[in-house]
Ligand binder design. Sequence first.
Ligand code: FAD
Length: 345
Amino acid sequence: MCSDSTRRTAIIGAGIAGLACARALDTGGLPVTLFDKARGVGGRMSSRRLPDAVLDLGAQFFSVRDTTFRHAVDSWHKAGAIAPWPVSLWSAETGSWQRHEDDLERLCGTPSMSAVTRHLAEGLTVETETRIEHLEGCAGQWQLVDEHGNRHGPFARVVLAIPSSQAHALLGSHDESLAAACETVIQRPCWAAWALFDAPLPALPDVDSDWQAVRINDPRLRFVVRNQLKPGRQDQGESLSLLANLSWSEARLEDSEETVVEALLDAFQQALPAGISLPEPSALGAHRWRYAQPDVFAGGEAVNLDYRLSASGLALCGDGWRGPRVEDAWLSGHHLGEALVAKSI
Ligand SMILES: Cc1cc2nc3c(=O)[nH]c(=O)nc-3n(C[C@H](O)[C@H](O)[C@H](O)COP(=O)(O)OP(=O)(O)OC[C@H]3O[C@@H](n4cnc5c(N)ncnc54)[C@H](O)[C@@H]3O)c2cc1C
């Protein structure tokens, strides 16, 4: 067995994939340090905190299909980090609203989506506000260099739990095969707008007064969520998240925030039944996700693996290696963590 210093793993990215990987390493007795450029953990599961509201602008809820993920989710439930949501889900097309019914259980973080990743980060070493700009070294002796020129290391292994094009930039010429794998994964962008209102939205005919979320069939807008009806947020007023379609976001990626919010609110207005008008918002904004959801999944020989691991001690995980959901990202990180523990025994 290696000495402790050569067993150290660095994980770049403290989204759900990086955290799942870190938890598996920690459970296997291996030392791990996470680095994230953001102020907190969560990545695309983080929440925006405004003076009057907490808004989820990335993942809105997640579903559970895999039994290993189910065990993890049950423990988050016991810890009070998640709750079932939405239970009043609707679909809308040109003013006609239908209740969306299926057997899928949906859950979200409470009191915000980031509660899940904060729960996962408990007890782990996480260096936030640390953007890793490049890697130095070689197998077993990796150094991470951050935006201020500070060096972190040495690490036996470095896991890149970040979107594929960001991973590609960090890999540089260190590992051509991993860099080539990154080129096969395309992460599509998504605009997410938000709007606050001083009064609740008007009642809609034949729709629950406390409807929680609606899928919209419109070329601009795909999903609208009422944040104040998420568990643990009853003290905030009407606060919508409006998620744009990916193709529309691609075409409008460099538009201004104002133009995007206006277009998405207009699309929501069009989706309301005839004669119902949105009240005037009291505050508006939008967030541009450049790498929101993977489109083309990695192919090639290792297609049955939902992570990549090379002899150089570099590894890749995240939703791009498996599928476009929270569950996929968690499974990718968890499986990589288990593989690294198995290799170190
Ligand atoms: C708008 C939107 C809506 C979505 N809706 C849903 C949904 O309803 N249900 C669902 O299941 N999934 C949804 N998803 C997808 C889900 O959010 C993602 O699949 C999942 O969160 C990805 O996790 P990850 O850990 O792979 O990556 P990320 O969450 O992106 O984590 C990567 C982390 O790496 C950090 N990072 C990047 N580069 C560096 C660097 N150089 N140095 C340091 N840190 C770095 C970032 O700050 C980030 O925290 C949605 C995504 C978006 C964007």
